[in-house]
Each structure stands twice: as structure tokens, then as C-alpha cells.
Ligand binder design. Structure first.
Ligand SMILES: NC(=O)c1ccc[n+]([C@@H]2O[C@H](COP(=O)([O-])OP(=O)(O)OC[C@H]3O[C@@H](n4cnc5c(N)ncnc54)[C@H](O)[C@@H]3O)[C@@H](O)[C@H]2O)c1
Ligand SMILES: O=P(O)(O)OC[C@H](O)CO
Length: 336
């Protein structure tokens, strides 16, 4: 049994806290929001996952000191925009070598850093790792079979995380490619916005398949330029997460996209979805990264046009379809 601090109690933090509790670990959950802590303490429920009953001996606290002191491992589950500020508050209580597993998905717009890079910068004493893959909280909390990948600097840390999370309904693989895992996990949200927009416009399965396939091409092109491994983009945190996010009724990114495709503005759509729509934060970063690394990302470009420059979604699709003619894979040149 391990002592685990879950830092952040949105739907993903709570679903993972429940999974870890079911694996017989001692779980303490921290939230920055006093109302959220009070709600969970009194009702033993979280409003985002209303069917899930939170056990009496799961501890909820507003104190990072309480959530972190004496914990074998910390799981950071706050939305990407709060990762840096939360890490800064965690610093006084983080001990040398403490494993900190990031499960959020995003890129910091102002620095273009991944979330584990932010954690490493703010918590230089920690052993920072990631857990990612096709995993909606709504399904994990219902015990539906799910798979993820744990990425860490050492095999020992990755296997430690794998052992803590593994369950008959939650299979965990290991990987040394933290960078590839994080790029895949954050950029799939931008493509899922596009997939939702296509659904909102009333387009079909052909369109969705095109966005998923050309989307993973864009993600892996940028990701490998940034040091991620191509195989990772063919795996759970790459194509796996892209498929689930573009197809699932649970996806916040896809749902926001549907509303935008139906004519709502980005602000109206995110307001209606209520929970965090990470693709909106990662879209500008993805575009900036594509320019920095000089890789072509036409879907990412058009998503930015629709989200931030008021371009009608149907026009964005037309522009994608009528781009210059090109070869499918530049790695497959002609013999003649
Ligand atoms: N929900 C999922 O199915 C799922 C699955 C995998 C990964 N993720 C990722 O996990 C991260 C969290 O997503 P979520 O769905 O749990 O979000 P959410 O919208 O359910 O949760 C938002 C939470 O943010 C926290 N918060 C609010 N203000 C804060 C502040 N100032 N400082 C720190 N924390 C604050 C609160 O605990 C709040 O409940 C995202 O990056 C998301 O992409 C989510
Ligand atoms: O609901 P979304 O779109 O934030 O996606 C959640 C997870 O990242 C799916 O793996």
C-alpha cells in the first residue's frame, strides 16, 4: 500500500483517486477550491461524476502540506493553466526524489513548455513523470476497461507508477518517451476541436477519419521535431487518445467543437461545456510550435483561425480541402 496525494480534484483527479483507492492505497485529495472540498466532505460525491461515491476514509483537504507530507507519490491533475501556480505552491512541501506524476494535458502558451517541463522547472527536486492515454474520467469511474502509458526518466520509476495504477480494468504500459507522450496528449485536443466542429457542421464519418489521420500526421511531425519518438505517436497517448477524443460523447474538446460548428463562438462554447477545454489553451501554442520548428500543421492553423479570428468553420474546411496538392507521405518518394 502506498500513500498518495492527488493534487487537483476535477473529474480526472477524482476518477484516479477512486481507482488508486480501489487498489488499496491511502489517498488524500487536494483542491484549490474550498467549496469543492466542502462538497466532497459533506456529500461524498463530486458534481462532475455524480454516480461515483467517495469512500469515507478518502481524505479531502485544502492544505497542500497535508496532501503532500509523508506521501510516497503525488499525482498532479489540475488543468494546464494552473500547473505552474500549483507547482510553485507545492515547492515547500516537495521532498528530494519524490515522484510527481502529471496527468493533465496541455502546453503553456507563454513559454511553449510541456507540463512536465514546468513541473521540473518549479520542482527541481522531484522525479517528474506522466500518465496519459485514451481515458475519459466518466468511463474510468465506472470501471470500464481502459489503457494508459506511464512515462518516466527511469524504468524503475515508470514500473513503480505502473504497479500503483494497474487494475483489472486499468492496464498501464511503460515508456521512456515523456516528451512524445505529452505532445500527443496535448495536441490531440486541438484536433478533437476540429473533429467536433466537423460534427457540428453535419459532416460525416469520412471527414472524421480524415481529421484523425491527417491530425496524427501533424502531431507526429511536430512531436518528432521536438524530440518525441515516432512509435509513441502510434501508441496509446498518440493515435489512441486522438481516436477517443475525436469520437467520444464524453470529450469536452469535441463537445466544444460541435457547438462552434453549430455557430457558437469559442467563448460561448467553453462556457456551455463548463469543464476545462484544454484544446483552446493548446491551440495557439501548437501554432507557435509549428512555426518554431517549421513543420506544416494546416488543421492546427485552421482551428486557430476559427477559434480566435472569427473565420466561419465551413470556410476553414474548404480551405483545408483546397490546399496545394501534395504527396501523402514525404517519406515515400517515387522510384521514378
Ligand atoms: N476529465 C477527463 O476525462 C480527463 C482524462 C485525462 C486527462 N484529463 C486532463 O486532466 C486535467 C484536468 O481535467 P479535468 O477534466 O479533471 O478538469 P475539470 O474541469 O473537471 O476540473 C477543473 C478543476 O480545476 C481545479 N481548479 C480550479 N481552479 C484552480 C486553481 N486556481 N488552481 C488549481 N486548481 C484549480 C478544481 O479542482 C476544478 O475542479 C486536464 O488537463 C485534462 O485534459 C482529463
Ligand atoms: O474530455 P477531453 O476532450 O478533455 O479529453 C479527456 C481525455 O484527455 C481523453 O483521454
Amino acid at each position: 500500500m502506498a500513500k498518495i496525494g492527488v493534487i487537483g480534484s476535477g473529474s480526472w483527479g477524482i476518477a484516479l483517486a477512486s481507482l488508486l483507492y480501489n487498489n488499496k492505497h491511502e489517498v488524500t485529495v487536494w483542491s484549490a477550491l474550498p467549496d469543492e472540498i466542502a462538497e466532497m466532505k459533506t456529500t461524498r460525491r463530486h458534481h462532475t461524476l455524480p454516480e461515483l461515491v467517495l469512500p469515507d476514509d478518502m481524505i479531502f483537504t485544502e492544505s497542500l502540506e497535508e496532501a503532500m507530507t509523508g506521501r510516497d507519490i503525488l499525482v498532479t491533475a489540475v488543468p494546464s493553466i494552473y500547473v505552474r501556480s500549483t507547482a510553485q505552491k507545492m515547492k515547500p512541501f516537495c521532498r528530494y526524489g519524490q515522484v510527481v506524476v502529471n496527468v493533465a494535458k496541455g502546453i503553456e502558451e507563454s513559454t511553449l513548455m510541456t507540463l512536465s517541463e514546468i513541473l521540473e522547472e518549479e520542482l527541481p527536486m522531484a522525479d517528474v513523470a506522466v500518465l496519459s492515454g485514451p481515458s475519459h474520467a466518466e468511463e474510468v469511474s465506472r470501471g470500464l476497461p481502459t489503457t494508459c502509458v506511464a512515462g518516466a526518466r527511469t524504468r524503475k520509476t515508470a514500473e513503480y507508477i505502473q504497479g500503483l495504477f494497474m487494475h483489472e480494468v486499468f492496464r498501464v504500459y511503460t515508456s521512456p518517451d515523456i516528451q512524445g507522450i505529452e505532445i500527443g496528449g496535448s495536441l490531440k485536443n486541438v484536433i478533437a476541436l476540429a473533429a467536433g466542429i466537423a460534427d457540428g457542421l453535419g459532416y460525416g464519418d469520412n471527414t472524421k477519419a480524415a481529421l484523425i489521420t491527417r491530425g496524427i500526421t501533424e502531431i507526429s511531425r511536430l512531436g518528432t521535431a521536438m524530440g518525441g519518438k515516432f512509435q509513441t505517436f502510434c501508441g496509446l497517448s498518440g493515435i489512441g487518445d486522438l481516436i477517443v477524443t475525436c469520437a467520444s460523447m464524453h470529450s469536452r474538446n469535441r463537445r466544444a467543437g460541435i457547438l462552434i460548428g453549430q455557430g457558437k463562438t469559442m467563448e460561448e462554447a467553453t462556457e456551455e461545456v463548463k469543464m476545462v477545454v484544454e484544446g483552446v489553451y493548446s491551440a495557439k501554442a501548437a501554432l507557435a510550435l509549428s512555426r518554431k520548428y517549421q513543420v506544416s500543421m494546416p488543421i492546427v492553423e485552421q482551428v486557430n483561425e476559427v477559434l480566435f479570428n472569427g473565420k466561419p468553420a465551413s470556410e476553414a474546411v474548404k480551405d483545408l480541402m483546397l490546399r496545394d496538392k501534395t504527396i501523402e507521405s514525404s517519406d515515400l518518394p517515387w522510384d521514378n
